[in-house]
Design a protein around this ligand. Sequence first.
Ligand SMILES: [Zn+2]
Length: 385
Amino acid sequence: MDIGRRAFNQGLAGAIAAGAMGRSAVAAPAYRGPNVVIVRFGGGVRRTETIADRTTYSPYFLNVLAKRGTLIPNLTIAQLQDVDTSHAEGTLNILTGRYRAYEKVGAQGLAPLLEPSEPTLFEALRKSFDIPAHQALLINGEDRPQEEYLTYGGHKHFGVSFRSEVVSLFRYKLHKFRRILEDNKASEDVLADARNQLDELTAYDFRSSARRSSAAMDRFWDNWRNQYGDTGLRNPRGDRLLTELAVKAMRELKPRLMMINYQDPDYVHWGNASHYTRAIAIIDQGLKRLVETADSEPAYRGQTVFVIVPDCGRDANPLMSVPYQHHFNSRSAHEIFALLLGPGISAGKVLDKPVDQTSLAATVGAVMGFPMRSAEGRVLSELLT
Ligand SMILES: [Zn+2]
């Protein structure tokens, strides 16, 4: 029996045992399966600039990484009533394995605040196995505090006690201002500023999930602060920052499941095509760094599965005054791709048939050995060895 299915069956047995005996009496079993790193090739990208040979801006991804795994060139987001091809929506399709598994609970400017209404991969994993929150990590962009809410949903059997931790500049700022106030050594100006900024940041945090902290996360952010200082000018920005945070998290927190939400191709909304193509190249470099880190760190080497997938595609209409949008439900906004690689995944293979974006959650569940019962998409068993 292959590793993926064996782990799946062991996970099911563990979950059934835990359910039958009551979670309060018996702790969930320790996790012994592979690590999984989900990379959201995000901010919406089209096939043309990524997996098309002659027009790609991600040559490492297409020419090097794809050979190590199974490329799915025909992954799609289904055309359904009320299914928007956008960032939070696509991310939740990936994390829940369903469409429309979210409720709009508010808005920040134009961006909706979506709360998952079905369990995310993080919650399902932590319900099946004894994994601390800081080893189920979401790496988020600094200007998207709305994505802070993707970590857990409001459904009654899962929810906050199985949430993931978030690593983002937003979280770092919360930590930094708390520390400045605790230390109480700075000038009155600096303390007043820290108080104001902390109030402002916590106002974003409508579920108060960022108010709690853990010793592991505090240590992580203390190290970050020692390395980069308080000015915010020394650390990398944008998607390069996400790579830096993810690599540091792999070394210090050793997450078993981690999702990195790249986003910078989305700056094309402001109308400049080179912002889009340059951002794809930066994600490509980020992928190289992440994979090299996984290949060299003892906790990851030979035991890490990567799942790389966009949140959504983009329009292909050259007549638009601002091209490359994704909110108009055009065909190419639904046309994306995925690459899976690592132990238990067929290498050098192209799965050349239509596959749904919602299949990835069930497949990650199978690889890690826990059931994604609420997922609509199927397990992609044809790419498991
Ligand atoms: Zn967008």
